[in-house]
Design a protein around this ligand. Structure first.
Ligand code: AMP
Length: 395
C-alpha cells in the first residue's frame, strides 16, 4: 500500500524535532525530539502511535537521525520522503525545493544570512541523507513566502549597493505559518484566498505579523533577521538602530554582547524581569506585578501598531488572524490588542473570545467583515504537503 507519510525534520544546533505526517489526512502520527545532541546526556522522546524515551548518551546529529529511523521502524511507520524546515532561502528560493547537489550548494551560499540556523539545517539534511539514502528530500523555507513582497516593503532606506551587492534587505520569516493560516482562514470563511486582504499575527516565542493580499505576502514585520518587528519572548523587536553604538559607548559592551542582550535578554523577559512566557506574565500581572503588566502592555501596543501599519500594504482589511502559542491561547492578549484597533472596524465579541472563536470559524469579533479570528497553525503539515508536491513534480 502506498504511504502518504512524510517525515518532517526541524534541525537545531543541539536538537532535532521530527514529526511523521500523513499529508492527505492532515494528521500527525508520531512526533518527537532528540535533545542535548553533542552533550553527555543526549536523549530522544516521542509520542503518537507509540511513545517512549531513549537515553543513548553522547550522540551527534547523524546518530540521532539513525535513532529516529529505528523508532519509526519499531513503531511500524513508513514514509515516502523527508521535508526539512530551513530558515533562510535568501532571494534564491521563492518556493520549496528538492534536495539536490545544486540546491544544497545554493543553500550553502546563503549561510552568512542566517549563521545560527542555516548551517544546522544543512547538518540535518546531510544527516538525513546519510541515514535515509533511499528517501527523496525537500527543503521548505521560512523566507520563501515573503519573496512576493514589493520593493517598497523589502528595501531598507540605506545605500542601495548594500542591497544590490550584499543582499541586505528585509526577508521576513515564519512564512510557512503565515501561508498555512491564511489559506486555512480563507477556507473557514468560505471565500477564495485570491479575494482576501488578511493580516496574520503569529505570536509564539518568536512573533511576526504579515500582510497577505490574494494569497501573497505584501509586507511583514521581521527583516534581514528574525530580530526586527514585534516584541517577542526574549527578542526586542524594533529598537533605535543607534542603540548598538549607544550601549557600546556608554556601557563599554562589544557588539556580540549587545546582540545577545537584544536577542536573548529583551522582549517580554527583559521588560518583566520574570519570564518570556506570556502565561506566567498574565498570572503575575493578576497578582499585581507592575513589571509584568508593563511587558504585556508594550507587547499588545506594538502589535496593534504593527497590524495597523500592515493594513497600509493591503489597502483594506477583511480579516485579522491570531495564531501561535499566544495568538491561539491568550484571550487577554487578543482582547487588549483589538481594543486598540476599533478604527479598523474590529470590535471584540467577548463571549466568542472566551471560547477561542465563535463556532468552527474561529471568529472573535462582532459582525462579519472585517473580522478577527483564531486559526491554529500547523507548520509541519504544510512542510509535509509541500514536500509531497515537490516529490510528485520530480517524478
Ligand atoms: P509557540 O512558540 O507557538 O509554541 O508559543 C509558545 C508561547 O505561547 C509560550 O511562550 C507562551 O508564552 C504562549 N502560550 C501558550 N499557551 C498560552 C496560554 N494559555 N496563555 C498565554 N500564552 C500562552
Amino acid at each position: 500500500m502506498k504511504s502518504n507519510n512524510i517525515l518532517v525534520i526541524n534541525c537545531g544546533s543541539s536538537s532535532i524535532k521530527f514529526s511523521l505526517v500523513d499529508f492527505e489526512a492532515g494528521t500527525h502520527l508520531l512526533t518527537g525530539q532528540a535533545e542535548n545532541l553533542g552533550a553527555a546526556d543526549g536523549s530522544l522522546k516521542w509520542t503518537g502511535v507509540s511513545s517512549g524515551v531513549k537515553k543513548p548518551g553522547k550522540i551527534g546529529h547523524e546518530e540521532a537521525m539513525r535513532e529516529i529511523v529505528s523508532v519509526l521502524r519499531e513503531s511500524g511507520c513508513s514514509f515516502v520522503g523527508i521535508g526539512h524546515r530551513v530558515v533562510h532561502g535568501g532571494e534564491h528560493f521563492s518556493q520549496s525545493a528538492l534536495v539536490s547537489p545544486k540546491t544544497v550548494e545554493a543553500l550553502r551560499a546563503h549561510q552568512h544570512l542566517a549563521p545560527l540556523h542555516n548551517p544546522v539545517n544543512l547538518l540535518g539534511i546531510e544527516a538525513a541523507q546519510a541515514a535515509f539514502p533511499e528517501h527523496p528530500q525537500a527543503m521548505v523555507f521560512d523566507t520563501a513566502f515573503h519573496q512576493s513582497m514589493p520593493r517598497r516593503a523589502y528595501l531598507y532606506p540605506i545605500p542601495y549597493h548594500l542591497f544590490s551587492e550584499h543582499g541586505v534587505r528585509r526577508y521576513g520569516f515564519h512564512g510557512t505559518s503565515h501561508r498555512f493560516v491564511t489559506a486555512k482562514a480563507a477556507e473557514t470563511l468560505g471565500r477564495p484566498l485570491e479575494d482576501l486582504a488578511l493580516v496574520s499575527a503569529h505570536l509564539g516565542n518568536g512573533c511576526s505579523a504579515t500582510a497577505v493580499l490574494g494569497g501573497k505576502s505584501m509586507d511583514t514585520t521581521m527583516g534581514l533577521t528574525p530580530l526586527e518587528g514585534l516584541v517577542m519572548g526574549t527578542r526586542s523587536g524594533d529598537v533605535d538602530p543607534s542603540l548598538h553604538k549607544y550601549l557600546c559607548d556608554t556601557l563599554n559592551l562589544n557588539l556580540d554582547e549587545v546582540s545577545s542582550i537584544l536577542n536573548k535578554q529583551s522582549g517580554l523577559l527583559g521588560l518583566s524581569g520574570i519570564s518570556n512566557d506570556m502565561r506566567t506574565l498574565l498570572e503575575a500581572e493578576a497578582k499585581g506585578d507592575e513589571r509584568a503588566a508593563i511587558a504585556v502592555e508594550v507587547f499588545c501596543y506594538r502589535l496593534a501598531k504593527a497590524i495597523a501599519g500592515l493594513v497600509v500594504g493591503l489597502g483594506r482589511l477583511d480579516a485579522l488572524i491570531f495564531t501561535g502559542g499566544i495568538g491561539e491561547n491568550s484571550k487577554p492578549v487578543r482582547a487588549r490588542t483589538l481594543a486598540l484597533l476599533p478604527f479598523l472596524g474590529l470590535h471584540l465579541d467577548e463571549a466568542a473570545n472566551e471560547d477561542h472563536g465563535r463556532g468552527d470559524r474561529g471568529i472573535i469579533t462582532r459582525g462579519d467583515s472585517p473580522c478577527a479570528m483564531v486559526v491554529a497553525t500547523d507548520e509541519e503539515l504544510l512542510i509535509a504537503r509541500d514536500t509531497a508536491r515537490v516529490l510528485a513534480e520530480k517524478s
